[in-house]
Design a protein. Structure first.
Length: 147
């Protein structure tokens, strides 16, 4: 049986929130890149960026940055407020919503699952949750543009 401490598990969970989001990566060699984090390896923490550009403005469709030279990874966009979304869903589905903050997952009626990436499940409940989710994301993006 392997032992993974809570902090390491939490680190991995938080880093996974960076996937499919814009990040800035600074290296120990002085290079800087911005792009969409497509994936990473553990434990070496090498990164694959898509739609990347360096600080000189050169663009790269894909770039791999070795974990050995990464000094800083910065998330450039705010993650979706899943706790607030859970509260909103609770107003539509009282006492039927469970939010798991460490996993950043919302479950409605033990049948519909919501993550930052969207809604999983089928039927009328999932369709209603999808509509609420889309409205929430639209409002969240508009608020970020203004803020």
């Amino acid at each position: 049986m392997s032992y993974v401490d809570t902090a390491a598990r939490r680190f991995s969970s938080e880093l996974s929130l960076f996937v499919d989001r814009w990040v800035s990566v600074r290296t120990t060699t002085g290079k800087e890149y911005e792009g969409v984090l497509l994936g990473y390896t553990l434990p070496e923490l090498s990164l694959m960026l898509g739609e990347a550009r360096d600080k000189e403005g050169r663009r790269y469709p894909r770039i791999v940055v070795s974990g050995r030279i990464i000094s800083e990874i910065v998330l450039l966009e705010e993650p979706l407020d899943m706790e607030e979304l859970a509260r909103r869903l609770e107003s539509y589905f009282p006492r039927m919503v469970k939010y798991y903050p460490e996993a950043r997952v919302i479950v409605i009626m033990d049948r519909v699952r919501v993550t930052e990436k969207g809604v999983e499940g089928g039927g009328p409940i999932a369709e209603r949750v999808q509509a609420i989710y889309e409205e929430f994301v639209r409002e969240w993006r508009e608020k970020r543009k203004k803020g």
